[in-house]
Design a protein around this ligand. Structure first.
Ligand code: GUN
Ligand code: ZN
Length: 468
């Protein structure tokens, strides 16, 4: 691969800020050039006028008046729900799981169906510009093989693990395994797929996670065994992923049901080795800087502190929280605790594949939080949450997430002409005389108005990804 020079309006959040510092770290280069070296890394990001002489010989690819953005990171999405979007369950989370999701995920027992789902899943990811993702996997090993195989063929980044379930109602029976089988299959997936593409966890595009569906889907024995297993593979860079504090309908919701089932003080305790009655220690913790918990809508202060202390992250999924009536994650309180908050679609709990649609939902729900809790998210915070925070949640911030020199070039060509309403908004909308506010207004309009049709090209590590 020779050096590539891409021209367009660059937006990214530079350096290693936290979300509160994102506005100061926002970089906007209206007449920008992004240079990708032969090694697939960012060799230059700046003004076209200041393009270093060494890159002037290369024929540039001119995307103007398009934009160049870092690839989006989806920190929580369900592969076996590829065909389960907009499913009507006549209730909230637990009814929807029983009536729609367990039967739907059971379809992947058929290898042909599973392969079709893997192809469709990757196609959708590419269409919406999701270059990296934490993917909640199928219970069926052949379906996970199809997913990893197809993801590798397309050249996408992914962390995924088979959804582990060792107990549950009749509807979920096809997804349940014995205790021994659950551990055997998790180990086997790690050995087969973790960093398989390069053989080195620090350069791989593919990684494996240990993924119990949620505490209610497993037993104390499973949690103890997973703690042992995770402890033995942490130093290989294996991930952990699950759901946490998503739905608190009083009495019968997920949060109360979990606390009742385990007799623990907090939901997080079940993943933190404290899954015995009274939150007594029964095994090793599953928390850490490679652990991502989806939702975290109803966390106690102590749970947020513990997530922050262990470097664990939250995948914030406001589209799903609206779809399933799960409530609103308190934005100010959660980020004040110092937890990394990335964005997740939670598809098919969410009915959008696109991370910008999730960021737009985040803006709307957080401005609507009551009283002092309400906040008008800065567009740089939105961009940060959908890109750099995702890379940080995946513990790969040093590799991608923005256009800092030397990072692997995961980026999108965003073409507003693909979306006429957005094109009009950008061209005709009024902008402040203050150049900083005008910049922020443009980024906001772009993120709010962007959709699948706006994503023109997708690159991972400098390589253009085909959408077929
Ligand atoms: N909790 C347990 N399983 C699921 C799932 O599939 N989706 C969501 N949103 N929450 C869950
Ligand atoms: Zn989910």
């Amino acid at each position: 691969m020779v050096s590539q020079v891409h021209l367009g309006h660059i937006f990214h959040v530079a350096g290693r800020p936290n979300v509160q510092e994102a506005a100061d770290a926002l970089v906007s280069v209206p007449d920008g050039a992004l240079v990708v070296g032969r090694d697939g890394r960012i060799a230059y990001c700046g003004g076209r006028d200041e393009l270093p002489a060494e890159f002037r010989g290369a024929e540039p690819t001119d995307h103007r008046p398009g934009f160049l953005l870092p690839g989006f990171v989806d920190a929580h999405i369900h592969f076996p729900q590829t065909f389960a979007g907009d499913a009507y369950g006549g209730g909230q989370l637990l009814e929807w799981l029983t009536r729609c999701i367990y039967p739907s995920e059971s379809q992947l027992a058929d290898p042909v169906y599973a392969q079709r789902a893997a192809v469709a899943f990757c196609t959708r990811r590419i269409a919406v510009g999701t270059t990296a993702a934490m993917v909640f996997g199928s219970a069926f090993p052949h379906a996970q093989d199809a997913l990893f195989g197809e993801t590798r063929r397309r050249g996408l980044r992914m962390v995924s693990g088979r959804g582990i379930q060792t107990t549950g109602e009749d509807a979920v029976a096809p997804l349940i395994t014995s205790e021994d089988e659950a551990i055997r299959l998790a180990k086997s997936e790690i050995d087969t797929w973790h960093a398989v593409d390069t053989g080195d966890v620090d350069t791989a595009l593919l990684h494996v996670a240990i993924v119990p569906r949620f505490a209610l889907a497993v037993t104390s024995e499973t949690l103890r065994n997973l703690g042992e297993l995770y402890d033995s593979v942490r130093d290989r860079g294996v991930y952990f992923h699950s759901h946490l504090n998503e739905n608190n309908r009083p009495g019968t919701g997920e949060v109360d049901s979990t606390k009742q089932a385990y007799q623990v003080d907090s939901y997080l305790d079940t993943y933190d080795g404290k899954f015995l009655p009274g939150s007594q220690v029964g095994g090793k913790s599953l928390l850490g800087k490679r652990s991502i918990f989806a939702h975290g809508v109803h966390c106690q202060e102590a749970e947020l502190r513990r997530l922050a202390q262990t470097g664990s992250s939250i995948a914030h999924c406001p589209v799903s929280q609206q779809f399933l009536g799960s409530g609103t994650m308190p934005w100010k309180r959660t980020i004040a605790a110092g937890v990394t908050v990335a964005a997740g679609t939670d598809y098919g709990g969410g009915d959008e594949w696109s991370i910008p649609r999730v960021l737009a939902a985040a803006f709307k729900v957080h401005i609507s939080e009551p009283g002092e809790d309400g906040v008008s998210m800065h567009p740089a915070e939105m961009l940060f949450t959908g890109t750099l925070a995702g890379a940080r949640a995946l513990d790969m911030e040093s590799r991608f997430g923005n256009f800092d020199l030397g990072k692997e070039a995961d980026f999108l060509v965003v073409d507003p002409t693909g979306t006429p309403a957005l094109e009009d908004t950008l061209a005709q909308g009024i902008r402040s005389d203050d150049p900083v506010l005008a910049r922020d207004q443009m980024l906001f309009a772009l993120l709010m108005g962007m959709s699948e049709s706006t994503i023109a090209q997708v690159y991972v590590r400098g390589r253009r990804i085909d959408d077929h």
